[in-house]
Design a protein around this ligand. Sequence first.
Ligand code: HOZ
Length: 426
Amino acid sequence: MPDSPLSQAAFQEALTLFPGGVNSPVRSFASVGGTPVVFSRGKGALLEDPDRHKYLDFVQSWGAHILGHTPAPVVRAVSRQVRRLTSVGAPTQEENHLGKLLQKAIPSLERLRFVSSGTEAVMSALRVARAWTNRPMILKFDGGYHGHADALLVSAGSGLATLNQPASAGVPEPLTSATLSVPYNDLEAVRAAFLAHPGKIAAVIVEPYAANMGLVLPLPGFLEGLRAITQEQGTLLIFDEVITGFRFHWGGVQTQVGVTPDLTTLGKIIGGGLPVGAYGGRKDLMDLVAPVGPVYQAGTLSGNPLAMAAGRAVMNQLTRPGFYEAIADKAERFFETLIHRLDPTRYYLAHKGGLATLFFAPGPINNLTQAKSSDTAAYARWFHALLEQKIFVAPAQFEAMFVGAAHTPRALRLAADAFLKALDAK
Ligand code: HOZ
């Protein structure tokens, strides 16, 4: 990017500070090559680099934003809160306000706890599941990504899929040997895992719409099948709704599809762009958590007042009449325009509401193996052709793109042309 000297200089400096110049691997452009853009501002659907170039942003902090960058209600709420209390290490009313909203929207959250990231939420939910069942094993799905806790870095999506790393170094074998991973959308494989490990599986954890191997939607009956099998086996079902929670409607995928998990993990949107996570579920399960029960989990910044205030400010916008319909309508038009003009022998656009992935492979794509048939080199060329046009999509094939309230229909019309033109990039 020869016309971005300040961004480039900032990244060169970052290389002297952080491994790969980044604080999270997918940001490094490892799979698309080139130098990451350093951003300094964001407003709505736009990001700005220090050289004052504006980019139309489809990453939206990996789904943490649904109102776009720095929306006025969040700015107001955080500015107010920052003058009152930023961190206290004691209960606050702010926690109750956001907690009540979440509980109302997702009735399965009979009790919940705030933490500071999705990773923490998942780690803690699994601990509860193991304690409740007194069983050691966890079943996940290939390409499912549930944060970077030791036990979950097995056939994981997101950065691991991007870097083609099946697992992480530094994780002792006994920790991952208790994690089983089977293909997404494959109930037979789930049944086989239970047959092979009778009475051993504490929990099945699933992204109800998998969005870390690119977007892969559940086939009809898959989520219902998981519920039935787990109930039969005395195993807990955990929905990881860190990405899907409040993305498509007021609540989670669980409230939309009518499959109720025992435990749920949340993050991203519920923190309004500030660091947050939450886990919760049935009261009897959550009563295992300290101080009521013996499962220990704690954090100085858990329920952080700034994050709570930002989250509440976002939540209050989501209940506006027609909020989600407006996103779904414009996203549908955008994605349908693309699908109409894409060669189905080369591309497959998976989409749901404002969430999508353009796979550089023919569809359908129902699992990680199919996702991995994508031409990642062609994706990289597409990514850079878009970046040239100041459009920022995920710097990796195995991620999703996000259309939210701030993307205007006009911007999406222009983006559709740019997306298609960029496919010809050599
Ligand atoms: N794990 C995130 C993508 N699914 C990336 C997080 C980040 O780099 O901010």
